[in-house]
Each structure stands twice: as C-alpha cells, then as structure tokens.
Design a protein around this ligand. Structure first.
Ligand code: SF4
Ligand code: SF4
Length: 242
C-alpha cells in the first residue's frame, strides 16, 4: 500500500516496473482511511482504494511499515533565511527542473541530495558534483555580472514601511537608518535600500510600493507612460526578416 511514489531516475523506474509484475501496489488517499486490527497474530486490514474507489479487506500474518522521507528539521527556517523556494512537501525547489536543476532562483546558492527530494545515493553524489562545479565557476571567476535593469529607491519618497522587502524574491532590499537635520533637530529615518548586486530587476517591489518610491533603470514609469502615450500616433510598421 502506498500514498505517493516518487521515482527519481530511470533505474528506479525500471526496478519498479519489474516489481509490478510480481507485486500488487494499492494506493490509499489518507492514513485515516486505513484500519488495521490485530487478531490472533493475524492482521485484518481494510482501506479504500483510490483508483477503484472500492473498499478492500484482507488478512495477513505479516505487516511491514515503511516510513517516508521528510525534509530535515529547520528546512523551512533556512528557506526563509536564504529566500529560496520549497515545494508542497517542504523540500527545497530548484529554479527550473529542466534548465537549472541544481540552481535556486537566488543567484549563487545551489542544492543537491536529500535536501532536494528523496533519492538514491548515486544520484545524490552526481548532483553534489554538479552543485560544487556550479559554485566553483563563481569562485574561480572572482566576480559576477549583475543585471542592468535593476530597481532603485527614491529616499525622499520612501516611508520605510518595508512592504517591498516582503515581496522581493531575491532578498535584495534592506532597511537602513539615515540621519537628517531638520532645523535644530537631528532625526533618524528608516529607509529601504536596494542592493544592486543582488537585484534581478523583476519589478515586484515597484508595483508593491504604495507611495511610488521605487522605479526601474531603463524602464522608469516616465518612459513607460511616454511609450503608451505615443502608441496611438505610431504607424504600423511591417518588418521584413531576412
Ligand atoms: S515599499 Fe516603498 S515606502 Fe515602503 S519601504 Fe519600500 S520603498 Fe519605502
Ligand atoms: S526588482 Fe525584484 S529583485 Fe530587484 S529589488 Fe525589486 S523585487 Fe527585488
């Protein structure tokens, strides 16, 4: 009986297909649907089969329980700290399953092994080599190229509400205290500041800021509004691709 199967590679898939010829796999929906009664050293098992939607009952003299692999303690806290994603089961989630399978969306952080999902030792080792290689590329270069379309904050308008920090998926915004002289007084004001090297220019913070203090280099609100204003007056141009 199983609730979820996750086969991580072709070897596991082939093994499972071979076993299916000799073993019956039955899927249940919830552990609460299963009843096990121990009678005279026999187990009476009853549960609802998900696929057939029928109640199944049988007796067995042997019952072996397998525990599932779950994410390590502290995975959620670590994900919050690093601002990286987790899947619905709580394991770390890669940036793209096909194109960036060992990268996080956040630059410079990589994943491998059981932190990703339950997998064989062979695949874990291969993935670890890959993650180490990806990290080595950055370390050998000694520098990284940043995005050119980053966002910036107008400190005069910013009221330090920190809403932009909550929505930034790359942890690229920090709160700083700045001192300002106002007549006879010297006051401390809290403002947001974007770390350019980390910003990916996704624009999430720009739309979140309720006082319009954030804008994007090369895509400022002024530039976008100008483009929209000019659109009706433009002739339709046919481009010929050669
Ligand atoms: S959301 Fe706008 S006002 Fe609030 S901290 Fe960020 S930049 Fe400042
Ligand atoms: S543009 Fe995106 S990555 Fe850059 S600071 Fe704003 S939310 Fe963060």
């Amino acid at each position: 009986m199983y609730r979820e199967f996750q086969l991580s590679d072709l070897n596991a898939e082939n093994l499972w297909r071979g076993l299916r010829k000799k073993v019956t796999y039955e899927r249940y929906r919830s552990i609460d649907d299963i009843k096990i009664i121990n009678e005279n050293e026999n187990f009476h098992i009853s549960y609802k089969n998900v696929n057939a939607q029928t109640k199944i009952e049988y007796n067995t003299d042997l019952l072996i329980l397998a525990t599932p692999k779950i994410p390590a303690d502290g995975t959620e806290q670590l994900a919050k700290l690093l601002k990286v994603a987790t899947n619905i089961d709580g394991f770390f989630l890669e940036a793209d399953a096909k194109l960036r399978p060992i990268d996080f969306a956040t630059e410079g952080i990589f994943l491998c092994g059981g932190a990703h999902w339950p997998k064989w030792i062979g695949e874990s080792i291969t993935q670890a080599y890959g993650a180490a290689g990806r990290a080595a590329i950055i370390m050998v270069k000694g520098e990284i190229e940043t995005e050119c379309i980053t966002s910036y904050i107008n400190e005069e308008k910013c009221i330090g509400c920190a809403k932009c920090i909550e929505v930034c998926p790359y942890n690229a915004i920090e709160l700083i205290d700045i001192n300002k002289e106002m007549g006879l007084y010297n006051i401390s004001l809290r403002k947001a500041r974007i770390v350019n090297a980390v910003c990916k220019g996704c624009g999430a913070c720009v739309v979140e800021c309720s006082v319009g203090a954030i804008d994007q280099n090369h895509f400022s609100k002024f530039q976008i509004n100008k483009m929209i204003d000019l659109l009706p007056s433009l002739d339709i141009i046919d481009y010929e691709f050669v």
